[in-house]
Structures are given as C-alpha cells and as structure tokens.
Design a binder for this molecule. Structure first.
Ligand code: PBG
Length: 323
C-alpha cells in the first residue's frame, strides 16, 4: 500500500513518542489539599479516602516539608472545626487564633517558599454545613460575603499567599479584593472556585471535614451540572472582580468546561480533581478492576491537555514518585 500519511510513524518508538508529546506533567503543576485537625500527633485516615489523612498542626508542617522536598510548590489548606466552634455566622472563621490562622502561620514559618492557599468558605464552621449564613432555610448571599471578605483578610494577615473562596456566593471576589487592597495586601492572590458545580462527587470530602449540609443541598449557590455557558459567565465575573486564577471543579466530568474557559479567557485555570474521583479510583483498584497508577496518570495528563495550568489533586505525591 502507498500511503503519504502514516500517523503511526511518530508512535513507533518510546523516544519518538516522547519527542512529539504535546503535554507534560511536572511537580510544579500540583496543589496538594491538606486537612488539618486540632490536637497533637494526630494522623487519621479518612474512611472514604484510603491513603489520605487528616493531620494535626505539628504533623502538617512535617508533611509540608516533605512535599516541598518532592517538588510540590503549593498546598491548599482546609480545617476540620470542632463542633463546639460551629455556629450559623462563621464566627470561628475570624478567630485570629483559629485553626486555619495557626496553620497558615505554622506552614509559612516551616517552609517559607511553599505557596500556601487557604480555603475560604463557611461550611466547615457552619452548624448547617452550608457555605453561607442560613435564614429561614435560605442561604444569604450578601451577609455571607461580608464574613468571607473578613475571613480572607484574616488569612492574608497570617501570611496566606493565595485566598481560595470555594463558596460560590455572588460578588465575593470583589469584596475580598477590596478588603485586601484596602489593607495593603496587594500581592495576595485570589484563586476563585469559579465554575464549581453542585456535584455528588464531594461526598468523601464532607466526611473528611464533617461538613455535609444538614438540610437541603447546595444547588442555590453551586452550579447546575447541566450548564456550560454559565461557567464562562461565572469565570468572567470573577476575573473582572479581581481573581488571579479561576477554577473548575470537579475535574474529570468537567473537562469540556476546562477547555471552554481555556479558549475564552486568559487567566490561569486550576482544576480540582475532587474526593469522589479519588475514592472511585481507589475502590476500583482495590477490587483489581483498574490499574491504579496508569489510570491516575491518564487522568492527570487529561487535565493539562484540556487546558489546566494547575491541578488540585489528592494523587499529587503518588504521581510525583512516578514522574
Ligand atoms: C466546600 C468545599 C467542598 C469541597 C471543597 N470545598 C465541598 C462542598 O462544596 O460541599 C470539595 C472538595 C472535594 O470533594 O475534594 N466549600
């Protein structure tokens, strides 16, 4: 057969394939989520996230040192708040000595070069497990945004490099940006969860932080999983309000959204491969139904191919040992 184009030519050896490979993963692509709990020497495995742990502060700084040595350049902090510190207003989120504030300080002290991103949302602090203040069964937007802006400022005061609002209230990026500028935190970046869907993939995370909504669901603030154009509107708003990085969440089921944002907008895009995605792969691998590491790497490269600059993933350290 005479063929001008043989697309297999460039696949004929490993070296050739590497030479023409369009997308590459590196340690600098990842943000590692860290779950912090009160106490000392606490390392608790999260039941629905095998191989992933909550750590107390003393151990989290050790973890961060290891991550940095591995080449990880950033972490995304979440705290598990004790029940007695939860209320409907997120008061504990503003405590200058709260777990998040102490965690940021400790990490910046232990590994100053590590980029510390702090989650800003009320759900870990909420008796209702919602991302906002609840009134008559509704999640209040504007009152919540005020608390979020003050929380963000408090994180900046304690040294956070990137503020990561994960709540999906309207106008919160602008209020946070104003609060930071007014207090002269001009270099504190905002990574906004812009296209955050009302997804069922968050289950294991809510186990990790004991933050499942006590009533209803999150569909009045998180996006409808059926919508695509709305993601561009959300992300565009956030950029105009002062976001430096925009995020799509969850990951695998939303690669079309990642690509849309990459085509339409010029801000760096983060993708969050969420807890349910991690859990599914662990479960399938445990049963011997999938090759864990191969599927993991395939998913991670897919995020970059789709247009993500940063990948928030519970698999980061495992992936790095394979790179
Ligand atoms: C809440 C928050 C959630 C996640 C990150 N921040 C859960 C939710 O919206 O209920 C999910 C992360 C994951 O599943 O890995 N502000």
């Amino acid at each position: 057969m005479y063929l001008v184009n043989r697309n297999r030519r460039l696949r004929s050896s490993a070296a050739l394939r590497e030479l023409v490979q369009e997308t590459k993963l590196s340690s600098a692509d990842f943000l590692v989520p860290l779950f912090v709990v009160e106490g000392k020497k606490v390392k608790q495995e999260i039941l629905s996230m095998p191989g992933y742990y909550r750590y107390s502060l003393d151990l989290i700084t050790e973890e961060a040192k290891k991550l940095y040595a591995l080449g990880i350049r950033g972490v995304l902090l979440f705290v598990k708040v004790n029940d007695e510190d939860k209320d409907n207003t997120g008061a504990a989120a503003l405590d200058p000595n709260g777990l998040m504030q102490r965690s940021i300080r400790a990490l910046k002290k232990a590994v100053p070069e590590l980029v510390v991103c702090s989650d800003v949302a009320l759900d870990p602090y909420s008796t209702y497990g919602h991302d906002g203040i609840v009134e008559n069964g509704k999640i209040l937007n504007d009152a919540t945004v005020e608390v979020l802006a003050q929380t963000a400022l408090s994180h900046a005061e304690n040294g956070a490099d990137i503020i990561a609002p994960s709540d999906m209230m309207d106008g919160r990026v602008l209020k946070i940006r104003e609060a930071l500028e007014q207090a002269n935190y001009v270099d504190t970046a905002i990574m906004s969860y812009s296209a955050k869907y009302a997804s069922s993939f968050y289950g294991p995370f809510r186990d990790a932080l004991d933050s499942a909504p006590g009533f209803g669901d999150k569909k009045t603030y998180q996006m409808d999983v059926a919508n695509r154009k709305e993601a561009i509107v959300e992300a565009q708003c956030d950029i105009e309000e002062g976001a430096d990085i925009i995020m799509v969440k969850p990951g695998m089921a939303y690669l079309d959204i990642v690509r849309d944002l990459a085509n339409e907008l010029k801000a760096p895009i983060a993708v969050y491969q969420v807890s349910g995605e991690y859990a599914m792969l662990k479960a399938a691998a445990e049963k011997g139904w999938l090759d864990h590491d191969a599927v993991m790497m395939e998913q991670l490269i897919a995020f970059k191919r789709a247009g993500a600059s940063l990948i928030v993933s519970y698999h980061a350290t495992t992936a790095l040992t394979l790179l």
